[in-house]
Write a protein that binds this ligand. Structure first.
Ligand code: GRF
Length: 238
């Protein structure tokens, strides 16, 4: 099936047709709960924590609802979690596009079709490009499993462990055009145990994710309920 205004390789896997509509370039609240699009690449436990918290509190009390979940690959538990919760999903794969720039533009278009107030990268393992940031800069939130600015990149847990730190943690931040360099919103701390060196950081990552899930749920809710402004590197939640 072809869906109007959407490139063929960005078809929603479930839910309503996405129509490309312009989105406001600055954070702005409309009446009612904020609209969240969550991007995932893997197991989606951070997504699940958000789904559960919103279901428990109610979207109005939480301040936001998840209107779609997007991924850069098929067949992942993150998408299955969204489908079980009845949330529309879409997949936008790099390999279906001629260039990385085309993928970036297609991802931006797919996300924009859901008119989000905030976009949340919850274990989304791709760096977005200029087109995506032109549309969602200042309202694209990422969670990273290390205490930034230390240990950015795809192996934050392993790199922190290899460095020999005694505490590490997670960082929720806005995304800019660097790798994990955007303004920090909140951080959580986790102690490193001696035995963490024995499993290459697997248990440490699980302990970080316990903190990360609570932090992400809390931060996104506060951003959505209260509004915020970004002053240079400082994020002020109103
Ligand atoms: C999180 O630790 C996130 O910071 C990292 O990947 C993990 C995703 O976990 N980028 P999940 O898919 O939410 O379970």
């Amino acid at each position: 099936m072809l869906i109007p205004n959407v490139p063929r390789n960005v078809l929603p896997t479930k839910g309503p047709a996405v129509a490309a509509k312009p989105v406001a370039p600055v954070p702005g609240r409309r009446p009612g709960p904020g609209r969240l699009v969550v991007l995932v690449s893997g197991s989606g436990t951070n997504l699940q924590a958000m789904l559960d918290s919103i279901a428990e509190a109610g979207a109005a009390a939480y301040g936001a609802e998840i209107v779609a979940v997007g991924a850069d690959r098929d067949g992942i538990e993150g998408l299955a979690r969204a489908e079980r919760a009845g949330v529309p999903t879409f997949v936008c794969r790099v390999r279906d596009h001629a260039t990385r720039e085309e993928w970036d533009a297609a991802l931006a278009e797919a996300v924009a079709g859901y008119e989000p107030d905030l976009v949340v990268s919850a274990g989304f393992m791709k760096i977005v490009g200029k087109r995506f940031l032109a549309r969602f800069g200042g309202r694209f939130v990422n969670t990273h499993p290390a205490l930034l600015p230390s240990f950015p990149g795809a192996h934050g847990v392993r790199d922190a462990l290899a460095y020999g730190v005694r505490v590490t943690g997670c960082t929720v931040h806005f995304v800019d055009d660097g790798v994990d360099t955007g303004p920090i919103i909140a951080q959580g701390v986790v102690e490193v145990r001696d035995e963490d060196h024995e499993d290459d950081g697997a248990a440490l990552h699980e302990r970080i994710k316990e903190v990360e899930r609570r932090l992400l749920v809390d931060v996104v809710g506060r951003l959505a309920r209260n509004g915020y402004r970004i002053e240079g590197r400082k994020v002020v939640i109103q």
